[in-house]
Design a protein around this ligand. Structure first.
Ligand code: C2E
Ligand code: MG
Length: 280
């Protein structure tokens, strides 16, 4: 057995412990309305508080968990925690926000998945319209026709369905024809090229226009600077998420961020003012 195999097995054993001991945390990245910077929701992003290695990003363990099946209990924990946290913030007086959760392919394929979602909403008291499930393109493309109705069942619960990282990879339109879509999230790869890359700009415009024809929301991902934010605003891309607005934050920091009073929404320096106040 080589070194890599041993490391992999070590990680798997640690991950089993992590599930048992609930060594995970959710961070929440704000999502805003581009016109005025107002927060409208947040994406829940998992981190593993590894006892020896510190906080690990999902890229370091989600692929392993998808392979060995541990994603099923992990994903259930994520869904329950995100819904409970969102409900707690609503009760604490925050404006009602949508929480976005990344849907695991393996979890989606489990028997009884729709029932599980419904149960978690019921247990946590979160209204379904405040849950946004992010579906990957590969999940839609890889879902057999017979299972596509499951998406309709989820939608029928009243939750929102989004396609994550739209525009790259498997995003051929045929796959989405029977998908009960509420929102398209423009892949970071395009947003990075804005506003100067002609192909990126054309794609972003095309997705916004497609969203408007379909009557679905469009959100840009990975907005890192003011030029990108201004461009997105100018093409009427209504929602955005990215480091420019805020990095993913631990729950208490998210609450503090979201509670900051909105400065004059017409002020062009809105985000700078928020950042300098945070730094002060
Ligand atoms: P994703 O769903 O595309 O999530 C967005 C990722 O982009 C996050 O990375 C976020 O920190 C990062 N990001 C946000 N804004 C910016 C930006 O302006 N610039 C750049 N360069 N990056 C930005 P993170 O948290 O490391 O998550 C990576 C991926 O792991 C996620 O990609 C998602 O596919 C997966 N993931 C995270 N949490 C979960 C979970 O609870 N369940 C499942 N199944 N997958 C998860
Ligand atoms: Mg996502």
């Amino acid at each position: 057995m080589d070194h890599e195999d041993t490391a992999q097995r070590g990680l798997e054993a640690d991950l089993r412990d992590a599930v048992r001991l609930e060594q995970f945390e959710l961070h929440y990245q704000p999502q805003v309305r581009t016109s005025n910077g107002q927060v409208i929701g947040m994406e829940a992003l998992i981190r593993w508080a590894h006892p020896a290695r510190g906080l690990l990003s999902p890229a370091e363990f989600i692929p392993v968990a998808e392979k060995n099946g541990l994603i099923v209990p992990i994903a259930e924990w994520v869904l329950r925690t995100a819904c409970a946290q969102n409900r707690a913030w609503q009760k604490a007086g925050l404006p009602h926000l949508k929480v976005a959760v990344n849907l695991s392919a393996l979890q989606f394929r489990q028997t009884g998945f729709v029932g599980l979602v419904s149960r978690i909403l019921h247990e946590t008291g979160l209204e379904p319209s405040f849950l946004d499930l992010e579906v990957t393109k590969s999940l839609v493309a890889g879902t057999p026709e017979s299972m596509m109705t499951r998406f309709n069942e989820l939608r029928a619960l009243g939750i929102m369905l989004s396609i994550d990282d739209f525009g790259t990879g498997y995003s051929t339109f045929g796959h989405f024809m029977n998908f009960p879509l509420d929102q398209l999230k423009i892949d970071r790869a395009f947003v990075q090229g804005l506003p100067d890359n002609v192909a990126a700009a054309a794609t972003a415009r095309a997705i916004v226009s497609m969203g408007s024809s379909l009557g679905v929301r469009v959100m840009a991902l990975g907005v890192e600077n003011r030029y990108q934010a201004d461009f997105l605003k100018s093409i009427w891309c209504e929602y955005a998420q990215g480091f420019f607005y805020s990095k993913p934050l631990p729950a208490d920091a998210f609450l503090a961020w979201a509670k900051k009073p909105m400065p004059d929404a017409t002020a062009a320096t809105y985000d700078e003012s928020r950042k300098s106040r945070l730094a002060a």
